[in-house]
Design a protein around this ligand. Structure first.
Ligand code: SF4
Length: 282
């Protein structure tokens, strides 16, 4: 087993098998790239389009874009206004229009219109960061790599296999502790888990298929605090209401009513300030 792993070592095989079996059936959300992992160029551009965007919007925009501009040469020469109109469903579509055209031009000018197959070369492309480059390797070429987005970062920390503050640190740590044979299936399974049960707020640990392997799931079921403070169960409305009722003293409205009924009867007309009285008496 790789250096840095705990004793007993984390059961990666059990985790990935458990998630694969669970999401194999049922009407679960599926990660965008899982259904679009064919053409490296489309993976590259689709990943840029998908940033801070719902999968449904990425789907619509990329289908429209690739139907009109299917390769780097076509996109490099595409009129910006036309590209902008095609990708309008995604967030930040103006910035992304500049990004994908610049990326296509760089592919044509520096790489002969082909998407490079190494992390270093991919990172030289404009607007391409670590996550996008790793996605192209995994989904476009089937080359083992560790794409870490917010889902992978969050779930790896909840599982307790890393203790990191940023996706970049998580990628680095996962490369150290995770056997490369698990690199390719890791991202799509954790992203799907993050979109469905292990969501950023209120993970559904009670129905999670890998709860027994998860530090957060085990801690919550044993009544201990989870490793990340953010994952403490949030009070539900009913619980908040119960706490309010348990507060000492009557609720404010009841207290007001009690004061009124105890005091002398109030006049129906309020005493006006002296300034207004003077104005009204003229
Ligand atoms: S047990 Fe909870 S925190 Fe752990 S992976 Fe499952 S849903 Fe996420």
């Amino acid at each position: 087993m790789s250096k840095g792993s705990r004793s007993p070592p984390f059961d990666w095989e059990g985790l990935l098998d458990g998630l694969a079996r669970f999401y194999h059936t049922g009407d679960w959300r599926r990660p965008y790239l899982r259904d679009h992992a064919e053409d490296p160029f489309q993976v590259l551009i689709g990943t840029i389009l998908s940033q801070r965007t719902r999968d449904e919007a990425t789907d619509v925009a990329s289908a429209r874009l690739f139907a009109r501009f299917p390769d780097p040469v076509a996109l490099a020469d595409a009129p910006p206004k036309e590209v902008l109109a095609l990708i309008r469903p995604v967030g930040f579509y103006r910035t992304k229009t500049r990004a994908i055209r610049a990326c296509a031009r760089a592919l044509v000018e520096e790489f002969g219109g082909k998407v490079p197959r190494s992390l270093e070369e991919l990172r030289r492309l404009p607007w391409v960061g670590a996550k996008t480059a790793n996605c192209v390797l995994v989904f476009g070429f089937g080359i083992p790599a560790v794409p870490v987005d917010t889902h992978v970062h969050r779930i790896a920390n909840r599982l307790g296999v890393v203790s990191t503050r940023t996706p970049e640190e998580t990628e680095q740590r996962l490369r150290e502790v995770l056997d490369p044979r698990f690199w390719i299936p890791l991202n799509p399974l954790l992203v799907q888990h993050g979109q469905n049960l292990c969501r950023p707020r209120g993970p559904k640990c009670d129905i999670c298929p890998v709860r027994a392997l998860c530090a957060t799931g085990r801690a919550l079921s044993e009544g201990r605090p989870p490793p990340r403070a953010d994952d403490r169960p949030r009070p539900r409305r009913a619980a908040r209401g119960a706490r309010r009722e348990a507060r000492p003293g009557p609720p404010r409205r009841a207290a007001r009513r009690a004061r009124r009924s105890a005091g002398p009867p109030r006049s129906r007309t309020r005493a006006r300030p002296a300034r207004h009285r003077r104005a009204g008496s003229r």
